[in-house]
Design a binder for this molecule. Structure first.
Ligand SMILES: [Zn+2]
Length: 431
């Protein structure tokens, strides 16, 4: 039985004879079934829906010949030729066209990570091929007479809500990979809890997360993930929960299900969280915290990693200073200053007097000054007294306004109920 979603590359390459018109109709039918979920929907489990969808045998049209449908991801290091080979397209004219370097050629928008679909005839000649480009454009080439036509047209993506959970075994990205979540979702999880959890230093084996997020489909296939609507992160046995809520003007943020703001005056970590830094800097065992003697926190990270202002502030110093090498000092409210040392370079416009917002890049990791390898040295001082930024309590931004709390509950309660549901499912599985 042909199956729509193929995570197994062996299966993905098996020949699936489809009569194209019949298939397209069927897929649109499925999209319509998902298309009922709009606005702030009741989140639904759809994790396995696409995967388990079995197609009925396509009606055989003896005159049309057999049509093959395949898909594969365009990967880093791929060329058009290697991609076509995996798609079992054997068509020199199509290959020449796709390899042309004309500036107007729509396939120039093909980026690594993009899923490409192709329809071919039995002899491998290309009938059509398409993918979804950056600005939600459906980019396709289609056989037309002796040649091909190319087109770019907007696609209407169908939104639905998906829910997944995972457990940290080695890193957040390894866990999100296991759960089939995109990097986009992993980074949103790290960002939404950035006021409570330092994802470079606080994660431990056995930490768990549950995430409710938007997924966009095209022709019934998940093509990209959207915003995280709710999440729970259990870090060192402590549970943190967040739901997304937007005010009437469209400004959104993450709140606890009780309406407290998740945004804190300071980020826990000044280091940009990415697949690279998570592998580089995350430790899954308690860290020997030498900050008392050292008076700062060191974050190992590759040279060039972005360093972010942990809070709104003004640059008090940006320049070279002894063992610190290239250093930025930010002055914040309440007598707090933060220090960022050993930078390879400063971000554009960072000089004495510049105002920066929380999360804004002030510089890049390096090993200037007294440093044996690339790392960031970070200090947190209150009235010039050194404090441990991993343990100091940070004030939260404003909670949901009292006049909005009723509207907030309408959004938050069903989302929190979903988190409860999965949390209890997980517990049942553990028992
Ligand atoms: Zn240091």
């Amino acid at each position: 039985m042909p199956i729509l979603s193929q995570s197994n590359p062996q299966r993905a390459r098996s020949r699936i004879p489809w009569v194209a018109a019949g298939v397209v109709t069927l897929l649109f039918g499925m999209v319509a079934a998902f298309g009922t979920v709009q606005n702030m929907p009741e989140p639904v489990f759809v994790k396995t829906v696409v995967e388990s969808l079995a197609l009925p045998a396509a009606p055989e049209d003896k005159n049309a010949g057999r049509i093959f449908f395949r898909e594969d991801r365009f990967q880093r290091g791929d060329t058009i030729s290697t991609l076509l080979e995996r798609l079992e397209v054997d068509d020199q004219q199509a290959e020449r066209l796709l390899r042309s370097r004309e500036a107007t050629h729509p396939f120039r928008l093909l980026r690594p990570g993009t899923t490409v679909q192709a329809r071919t005839a039995e002899d491998g000649s290309l009938l059509s091929m398409w993918f979804i480009g950056g600005r939600e454009q459906l980019i396709s080439i289609e056989g037309a007479g002796e040649g091909f036509t190319t087109s770019e047209q907007p696609v209407e993506l169908t939104r639905h809500i998906q829910m997944k959970s995972g457990e940290i075994k080695s890193s957040l990205f390894a866990a999100t990979d296991d759960a089939g979540l995109s990097d986009n979702v992993a980074i949103q999880i790290a960002d939404m809890f950035a006021g409570d959890i330092d994802f470079h230093r606080d994660l431990r084996r056995g930490d768990k997360f549950t995430v409710v997020y938007e997924m966009f489909d095209h022709l019934g296939r998940p093509v990209k993930s959207g915003r995280v609507l709710a999440a729970e992160f259990i870090n060192q046995k402590k549970s943190y929960r967040a739901v997304w809520f937007q005010d009437k003007e469209g400004h959104g943020g993450y709140y606890t299900p009780e309406g407290k703001n998740l945004r804190k005056a300071f980020l826990r970590s000044p280091l940009e969280f990415s697949r690279i830094t998570s592998g580089f800097a995350m430790r899954l065992h308690p860290i020997l915290q030498k900050w008392r003697a050292h008076r700062g926190i060191d974050y190992g990270a590759p040279t060039g990693t972005r360093v972010k202002a942990t809070s709104d502030g003004v640059v008090a110093f940006a320049g070279r200073q002894g063992g610190y090498g290239n250093m930025v000092v930010l002055r914040h409210g309440g007598g707090v200053t933060t220090v960022y040392g050993h930078l390879s370079r400063f971000a554009n416009g960072i000089r004495k007097g510049t105002r920066v917002g929380q999360g804004e890049v002030v510089g890049f990791v390096g090993q200037t000054g007294l440093a044996t390898g690339p790392h960031l040295h970070y200090e947190f001082r209150v009235n010039n007294q050194y404090r441990n930024p991993l343990t100091v309590a940070f004030p939260a931004a404003r909670p949901v306004a009292p006049e909005r709390i009723a509207a907030f509950r309408l959004v938050a309660e069903p989302l929190a109920a979903r988190l409860d549901l999965l949390a209890s499912t997980n517990l049942a599985l553990l028992e």
